[in-house]
Design a protein around this ligand. Structure first.
Ligand code: FAD
Ligand code: SF4
Length: 401
């Protein structure tokens, strides 16, 4: 029997999936099984669109199509929780399995707490994540620093502290710390992310810790919930994936890499939050000049997976775009938005990514969210306690308490 906290090395018994999968195709095989058996109605994953730098979310209902989603796209900066809540009505009327990076899983969990995503209808198949890279700056970095044509890169990965670009002619590797010191490499929110292994999902799969003969050919699986244990047991019993007990040294290595990454992220947090040790309004005072650049395009609100009100109080001033000649009263729009989402913010970085004024909005929310963590001990997307009683329609009104 498979139990919570069990660990395995795993790879697909299907040759095509094993070949196309990033590290043996266990994730893709599990998804295929769930669809074929009718355990879920659809799978939400990510597929390569134009090229390696263009990741797009897909909804798969035909098991034959699942292979399209195999492989890891490190420039896939999307947040699948938004896709589920906005376009699939929070899985209210369908059962789905979703491939989740830690920030996807954290955000889904926050949305589940608010009943914006229906927990019972969602299976979360987690993939470890050491960070994603912004597509356009990454292509520029490949051209200028690696002196390669981005089109020639067939695979990119971070291994042993280096960012490796692989082409048909071989590999070029540069220390990730050096790249990040010069403003390249992973997205700034990923650099301060303290969750690399999505133990908040049902299963967590990644290459860290796979050593010995299966290096590069299998993925490490950690079972994180009863749901995950049940699924993995069924897939193994059906003979669809092969498993082996992990090498003990590999288990240690995985834990060590995770520790190193978390410590680095903590240091990054110290750096990012320096000068904001006061209260929340002091944080806004610190970023006053940045906020004065806000043109109130509402991009950050639109992209935020935790900003979901249908009838939004931030829309009282009219359409999506600011009328000509109107100067927005920054930072009041942001102060209002903050009250709605900051306790749940998962540092997913979507807001900074879309901001045309290049305001470091994600850093501001991470700064304030850290205060929530410090003062109330609540780690959003990870802790299981419910900070606020929620109904299907949002927070309860005072009268309902
Ligand atoms: P596959 O069968 O190939 O399935 C991969 C699944 O990931 C597919 O469902 C695919 O749609 C989905 N996917 C691809 N790109 C994304 C994306 N951007 N966002 C969400 N889902 C996506 N493992 C580690 O141990 N350490 C790491 O530092 C690490 N970093 C990663 C960073 C990213 C951005 C991703 C996507 C994965 C990372 N992994 C990391 C996990 C690893 O690359 C494999 O996904 C994992 O080992 C499972 O292998 P597999 O062959 O079973 O996956
Ligand atoms: Fe302001 Fe940037 Fe948000 Fe647009 S995306 S409303 S400019 S902070």
């Amino acid at each position: 029997a498979v139990n919570v906290n069990d660990m395995f090395y795993a790879y697909s018994a299907n040759d095509a999936i094993k070949e196309k999968g990033e590290y043996g195709g266990a994730v893709t095989t599990i998804m295929k099984y769930l669809l074929e058996e009718g355990i879920v109605d659809a799978v939400v994953a990510v597929e390569e669109s134009w090229d390696l730098y263009d990741a797009k979310p897909i909804l798969i209902t035909d098991p034959k199509d699942i292979i399209k989603s195999a492989g890891s796209l490190h420039c896939g900066t999307l947040n699948l929780a938004k896709f589920v809540s906005k376009y699939l009505d929070g899985a209210r009327d369908m059962k789905i399995a979703v491939t989740v990076k830690p920030c996807d899983a954290m955000t889904l969990k926050e949305l589940m707490r608010k009943r914006k995503v229906i927990e019972e209808n969602v299976i979360m198949i987690g993939v470890n994540c050491g960070g994603t890279m912004p597509p356009i700056p990454t292509m520029k970095m490949i051209r200028d620093v690696y002196e390669l044509d981005p089109k020639d890169v067939i695979k990119e990965e971070i291994s042993k502290g280096k960012l490796i670009m692989e082409t048909a002619d071989g590999e070029k590797a540069i220390k990730i710390d050096d790249l990040e010191e010069d403003g390249m490499g992973r997205r700034e929110n990923c650099q301060r992310c303290t969750m690399n292994i999505p133990t908040n999902a049902d299963l967590a799969l990644g290459n860290w810790g796979v050593i010995g003969p299966l290096t590069g050919k299998a993925t490490f699986v950690e079972v994180c919930s009863e749901k995950g244990a049940d699924i993995l047991e069924k897939v193994i019993d059906a003979g669809l994936i092969a498993t082996e007990a992990p090498i003990e040294k590999g288990v240690e290595i995985r834990a060590n890499i995770d520790n190193i990454m978390v410590n680095q992220a903590m240091k990054q947090r110290e750096k990012d939050f320096a000068g904001t040790s006061g209260d929340i309004l002091d944080v806004f005072a610190e970023y006053k000049e940045e906020f004065s650049k806000c043109m109130k395009c509402y991009g950050c609100r639109e992209s935020c997976p935790l900003c979901y009100c249908d009838d939004c109080c931030l829309e009282t001033e009219g359409p999506e775009w600011v009328p000509g000649g109107y100067t927005p009263a920054a930072p009041f729009f942001h102060l209002t938005r903050m009250v709605h989402m900051v306790d749940a913010c998962t540092n997913c970085g979507q807001c900074s990514e879309v901001c045309p004024s290049e305001i470091p909005v994600a850093k501001v929310w991470a700064t304030v969210n850290q205060k929530v963590r410090d003062i109330f001990g609540y780690y959003s997307g990870v802790d299981n306690d419910e900070p606020l009683p929620f109904t299907e329609f949002g927070p309860k009104s005072y009268r309902q308490y």
